[in-house]
Write a protein of this length. Structure first.
Length: 225
């Protein structure tokens, strides 16, 4: 049985609390952030952006392992990878090996990695007691994820694009209901122009191959389709 939503949110809270104790601000992206904004699909892992350049990703992972023994690191399945994969154990056992049906995967990112923007701290939102990426960039990051999955050479990655579409369309509806806008709103003064430009490019493919009826909604949001 996969980790429950409550368990995943608890893991996110534990990671946020550890970093906060050390003076490191952060915000959630990915499926947890989308869920907290109102997307109904349950989250499946934790994606956390540390809003600091003091440490690299591997050091940040080791900090969590040091502070809480339920966090643990394993080697990547890719033999060429130099990074470790971070998990949180949700079961009592003496060994540490990821069990995706039990444990929770935790991805740690920093601004600039995978084009994640550097969010000004006053723009970070708090939902259900957790810090989350502002709504518009969260939506644009989900769009980026769809594009990456669609273009992947791996069949398991390509399969994720269909889940992405449902999440994106749902998040887009939520953004419009909340009156979010790329231009003219409170968020537009810090979102990198490169992020908006790339989103406009990706939308040409998204509205052609994935969600053709969403064109008007993206235009209402302030993007060029």
């Amino acid at each position: 049985m996969a980790p429950t939503t409550e368990q995943i949110l608890e893991v996110a809270q534990k990671a946020v609390k550890i970093f906060s104790k050390l003076g490191l601000e952060c915000c959630l992206i990915g499926s947890v952030a989308s869920y907290l904004y109102g997307v109904t699909r349950p989250p499946n892992d934790v994606d956390l952006v540390i809003l600091s350049t003091l440490y690299d990703q591997e050091t940040l992972k080791r900090i969590l392992v040091r502070e809480d023994p339920h966090f643990y690191l394993v080697s990547s399945k890719n033999p060429r990878a130099t990074y470790k994969v971070l998990w949180y154990s949700l079961a009592t056992r003496s060994y540490r090996y990821p069990l995706p049906t039990i444990d929770c995967k935790v991805d740690i990112l920093i601004p600039g990695v995978l084009d994640v923007p550097d969010v000004p701290l006053p723009r970070v939102l708090t939902l259900s007691g957790l810090p989350v990426m502002p709504l518009v960039p969260q939506l644009l990051l989900k769009l980026q994820g769809w594009s990456d999955h669609r273009l992947s050479h791996r069949s398991d990655m390509q399969a994720k694009q269909y889940v992405d579409i449902r999440d994106i369309d749902a998040l887009l509806e939520i953004a419009l209901e909340k009156g979010a806008r790329v231009k003219g709103g409170e968020e537009d003064d810090w979102i990198p122009e490169s992020m908006i430009t790339l989103a406009n490019t990706r939308l040409r493919f998204y509205t052609r191959y994935a969600s053709r009826y969403s064109v008007g909604k993206w235009r209402t949001l302030g993007l060029s389709v």
